[in-house]
Design a protein around this ligand. Sequence first.
Ligand code: FE2
Length: 366
Amino acid sequence: MLKYFEYEQNSLTLSWADGRVTRLDVLWLQDHDPAGRHDNGQRLISVLDLDWQAGIRAVDRQGGSLVICLTNGRELTFTLEHLAAEQMTTIQDDRSWRGKTLWRGEAFTLPDVSWPDYTGHDDIRCRALAAVAESGLVLLRDVPCEPGQVLEVIHTFGYVRETNYGRLFDVKTVVSPSNLAFSNLGLGPHTDNPYRDPVPGVQLLHCLSNEVDGGENLLVDGFQAAARLQAEHPEAFELLTRIRLPYRFIDEKADLRSRVPFIETDGAGNVLKVRYNNRSIAPFMLPFEEQRAFYQAYRLWAETLSAPDLAFTCRLEPGDCLIFDNTRIMHARTAFTDGGRRHLQGAYSDLDGLYSTLYRLGASAC
Ligand SMILES: [Fe+2]
């Protein structure tokens, strides 16, 4: 509820009963004029249409609306409901680490849900997808152990991100693999495919069989690791947000390249994405004066990601399908024995599709 308002030539200040205060520039008011929007919500005006000479001449409360009269004769009408909406008084940011739950392995409980519940109830699917948004991952159990089923899982929240590996990829031991993921070697904490631009935002791993000794999955919250690095080694953190390394994957069909930092931030220093994949860093050159400091920071990042207290260990059993944010969660695998079968199917999707489904389901209602 609006308690009171006051205005000056170039600004309007609204004080709400719950203590929130909204300050709005007259340019913002012109740009957000509801009359400047199509019924579909898209803007009909551009920044070039704003009148930089116009100020506020008067503000009048009329029932459930505020009518703002400008010095150029225009009237802007906003409903109080519109102005009071949460997104009008707080900066909405679903993608950076702000507002997310950062976790450490030893104190983490992996969110999980059964496939029948997930597919049968929108509120349960909403909570599962909200777990990916908030904690970076969710485990679906009892997913049918059918080859290709991982694509059906993606269809419940988004779109398959097809790559040069195809619509899905098999993770099972092969002789002379093109990628170490297809061997029985252990793999350190990493994010997938940093050589793609943009990187796939969501990865899925669906276990079809697992009869080997070893082969456990280690998961690390990369946002937590970045927060620790920033707290303990702020210079290293800063360097790793600034230096962009080249990544490359090359085989007979593809030559994929990108140049990105280990830690990606928004303009205000909030972490948006993290990555680490030692296997695919291309040869790179830095100014000599920066080389030693870079290697120190690089090592600290690797050490932080390998800190035992950050790692959460789980063993995927047949029917388990792990969905995780590939811009945040590092995954690793312990080595496993040659005998026995271990077969996972993986696939990629993107975060915008997952968030879209989450918004459509009504995240606050789940
Ligand atoms: Fe991987």
